[in-house]
Design a protein. Structure first.
Lengths: 113, 114
């Protein structure tokens, strides 16, 4: 069985600063993918970034980067230069051999002006 | 290119009523999924369809049925709605079965059962 744990229910960050959102996972699958999604208050799910379990380098997409530490089973999302529009709920998710996405409980990020 | 569309956007049901949530995608994806999201929680998989003609149970299938009508459409049916099924329902689709393929989500259906 797969499990995703997000231990930060809420986070605050000052505009223009960087913030790290934590995610740890547990799986017995040798091959898996890790995803981060953003859910603004409007409710839609927006894909941000993906990391494969065999990828040697950490994934980056613009201001988003994924700090992947396989031995620690962690896949933290780093948002650089936070903007007011980054205020949203952020979900970490994993897909393994079952091809199903398993989601964490989410972190509510608030960017302060 | 509309992506993933869901109807209706909002619905209120009385306990015991039935309804079908509709989902369609125009990205020629093989796999489609239904999730529910309860307050303060992440999404939980109800059912999925890895390809046209197949459906499988997810984490929370009780009280639901699904139909993969064709490659584009995947519907979710509540036969006898219960207050515990009050939730936001998301449909998603994905290009392939591999772990590397992201899922694209519809806008969600907010369902209230009284």
């Amino acid at each position: 069985a797969q499990k995703i744990t997000q231990t930060q229910p809420g986070m605050f960050v000052q505009e223009k600063e960087a913030v790290t959102l934590d995610c740890t996972y547990d799986t017995s699958d040798p091959s898996y993918g890790l995803f981060w999604y953003k859910q603004p208050s409007s409710g839609e799910m927006i894909f941000l970034i993906y990391q494969g379990s065999y990828d040697q380098q950490n994934a980056t997409e613009g201001r988003y980067s994924l700090n992947f530490q396989k031995a620690r089973k962690s896949a933290n999302l780093v948002i650089s230069a936070s903007q007011l529009g980054d205020s949203a709920m952020y979900f970490c998710a994993m897909k393994g051999s079952a091809r199903q996405l398993t989601f964490g409980s989410g972190t509510q990020l608030t960017v302060l002006p | 290119n509309a992506g993933v569309t869901q109807t209706p956007k909002f619905q209120v049901l009385k306990t015991g009523q039935s309804m079908t949530l509709q989902c369609a995608q125009d990205m020629n994806h093989n796999s489609m999924y239904w999730y529910r999201q309860d307050p303060g929680m992440g999404l939980r998989l109800i059912y999925y369809s890895a390809s046209e003609g197949t459906t499988d149970k997810g984490e929370v299938p009780n009280g639901y049925n699904v139909s993969r009508l064709n490659k584009r459409e995947f519907s979710l049916r509540l036969e006898s709605a219960a207050p515990s099924q009050t939730s936001v329902y998301f449909c998603a689709s994905s290009n392939a079965r591999g772990a590397s393929y992201e899922q694209y989500f519809g806008p969600g259906t907010r369902l209230t059962v009284t």
